[in-house]
Design a protein around this ligand. Structure first.
Ligand SMILES: [Zn+2]
Length: 154
């Protein structure tokens, strides 16, 4: 499967092929590969937290699992980046970085990109749903499904 095939299967990579892919580890693998919005949940107290950690931030427990979120959210903050901080971003500016509150995980905020919207049109309060940009890491051959956000009609 080629990058072109990857694009045909899902959302194009927002930041392009030159931008680094996430390096997978035990904490982030589910988030970047599951194809559903996957958040860490404490098995003792059911607290949901993001990003994942070694310990539950609510009860201090170490027995942590995963919650498959429905992937619906609300934009709580938006910043429009106009200066490319890396050469790979030169053709991407301006772009928006958003903080999304997750509907079925109260208190959880997920940072991400918005696809299919002009940066200046994105507003706090916009409803979003998760979509996935498919990519293959050329070094590890890992298949990634990188969460992105798409604005849904109110
Ligand atoms: Zn807990």
């Amino acid at each position: 499967m080629t990058r072109a095939d990857d694009r045909a299967a899902g959302v194009p990579r927002v930041l392009g092929d030159a931008w680094s892919l996430p390096r997978l580890d035990a904490h982030n693998r589910a988030f970047f590969t599951a194809g559903v919005l996957t958040l860490q949940q404490c098995t003792a107290c059911e607290h949901v937290q993001h990003p994942p950690d070694d310990v539950c931030e609510a009860c201090g427990g170490f027995d942590l699992g995963w919650l498959a979120s429905a992937g619906d959210g609300r934009i709580e903050s938006v910043a429009v980046v106009t200066q490319a901080i890396h050469p790979a971003l030169a053709e991407r500016v301006p772009y928006a970085i958003v903080l999304v509150s997750v509907a079925d995980a109260p208190g959880v905020l997920v940072t991400g990109n918005v696809v299919g919207a002009e940066p200046d049109a994105i507003r706090i309060g916009d409803r979003v749903r998760v979509v996935f940009a498919d990519a293959r890491d050329p070094q590890s051959s890992a298949e990634l499904r990188i969460p992105q956000w798409e604005i849904v009609a109110a």
